[in-house]
Every structure is written in structure tokens, then in C-alpha cells.
Design a protein around this ligand. Structure first.
Ligand SMILES: Cc1cc2nc3c(=O)[nH]c(=O)nc-3n(C[C@H](O)[C@H](O)[C@H](O)COP(=O)(O)O)c2cc1C
Length: 199
């Protein structure tokens, strides 16, 4: 029986700091801490992650040959008992800084589908989205892309919240959205703690 506190990683996917998705993530991680979790914040725009080169060298040994900030991100992804991604909607999907992190998860795909290494344990994952709502193509593409990455990381897509917000102050005028994000954080912490307890 494992009794340590679950470790929740929050990934801030916006190139704009302290905007709407950051506010949602802050509320979510506060909820997780209130439910007994330890939290870690990864600000993708400050992490120095270059795009995937598509070289496929990760198919040889399951590791990326590009030496940049992503090398510090891999162990944080691996150490998390649950992950929550917060992102704005950019042209119906996630911004380039977050997509770069997603694409650099190709080594996890290679380990699973080329090298035949099974995922050791499954973890809960959630997505928080903020979009201005002026684009007619919605946010489903952002969610689908995130689900695809979660799958190779061994994350179950357990919760999603998408709100309409544009100016950086818009989220603070939506207390129900912040409360929903907080509840998602609490649920992630409880889910992760339950899975740890059964290890
Ligand atoms: C390049 C760019 C593209 C955007 N595309 C969309 C879009 O397709 N759909 C949408 O709802 N909002 C779109 N927006 C608006 C942002 O999603 C919105 O301002 C959001 O609140 C930003 O979140 P943040 O404050 O966390 O950065 C776009 C904004 C930018 C800068």
C-alpha cells in the first residue's frame, strides 16, 4: 500500500502569462493541493522546447536526441501521478509552444508501438481550455490532439473544461469556471491517490 501524496503536474500551455488558461490552472492546482496533492507547474513558453525534427531516431532507443529544455521536461512528465494541461485555443487547436511539447512526446509513442514497451501504470489527466469564441471551428481539435498525446503518456482523459474568455481578465469574471477548475483539481488528486493506494 503506497501512502505518499500524489504528485500533480500542471502544464501551462499559453504563450501569454497570467491569462485565462493560467487562471484556470491556478484554480485547478489549488483544488488539487486542498485535496492533499503536491503540485508542480511547468510553464511551457519558458521551457525552451524546440519542435520535433521528425528524425525518428527515438524509434531506436525510445529517447529524443534533441538536447534542449525538453530533456528536463521528460522526467517531470514521468514523475507525475496525474497531469492537467491548461491551454488557449489557437486556430481551433493548441498554440505552437504547447504543440512543440506534444510533438516531442514521440519517444513515448516509439517506446510503445515500435519498441513494444508497455505503459507501466495508467494515470488520470485533464484538459482546461480557454477560447475567445470568435472562431466558428470550436475547440474539439485541441481536445483531440491532447487526447492523442495523453494516450501515449498513459493518461486517461478524465476531465475537460472549455470556457469562453478572451481578455486576460475574462476568467476572473467567471467564478463558476474557476470553481469547476478547482473541482477538477480535487478530483484528479483523489483519483491519483486512489490509484497510488492500489499499487
Ligand atoms: C493566434 C491566436 C489564435 C486564436 N484562435 C482562436 C480560435 O481558433 N478559437 C477561439 O475560440 N479563440 C481563439 N483565440 C483567442 C484565445 O483563445 C483567447 O484569447 C484565450 O482566452 C487566450 O488564453 P490565454 O489568456 O490563456 O492565453 C486566438 C488567439 C490568438 C492569439
Amino acid at each position: 500500500m503506497n501512502t505518499r501524496a500524489p504528485h500533480i503536474l500542471g502544464i501551462a500551455g499559453s504563450p501569454r502569462r497570467h491569462g485565462n488558461s493560467d487562471h484556470l490552472l491556478d484554480a485547478c492546482l489549488a483544488g488539487a493541493r486542498a485535496a492533499g496533492a503536491e503540485t508542480d507547474l511547468l510553464v511551457v513558453s519558458a521551457a525552451g522546447i524546440a519542435p520535433c525534427r521528425g528524425c525518428n531516431l527515438c524509434s531506436r532507443n525510445g529517447h529524443c536526441v534533441v538536447r534542449d529544455g525538453m530533456q528536463d521536461v521528460y522526467p517531470r512528465l514521468d514523475a507525475a501521478d496525474a497531469i492537467v494541461v491548461a491551454s488557449p485555443v489557437f486556430f481551433a487547436t493548441v498554440p505552437a509552444v504547447l504543440k512543440a511539447l506534444y510533438d516531442r512526446c514521440q519517444p513515448y509513442w516509439a517506446r510503445r508501438y515500435v519498441l513494444g514497451q508497455p505503459i507501466e501504470h495508467r494515470r488520470p489527466g485533464a484538459l482546461l481550455l480557454a477560447g475567445g469564441g470568435g472562431d466558428p471551428y470550436g475547440h474539439e481539435c485541441a481536445a483531440t490532439t491532447t487526447r492523442s498525446v495523453f494516450a501515449v503518456l498513459g493518461l486517461d482523459y478524465t476531465a475537460e473544461s472549455a470556457i469562453r474568455a478572451d481578455l486576460p481578465s475574462d476568467t476572473s469574471a467567471q467564478p463558476e469556471a474557476l470553481e469547476r477548475a478547482r473541482e477538477i483539481g480535487e478530483a484528479l488528486a483523489r483519483d491519483a491517490a486512489g490509484r497510488l493506494g492500489s499499487l
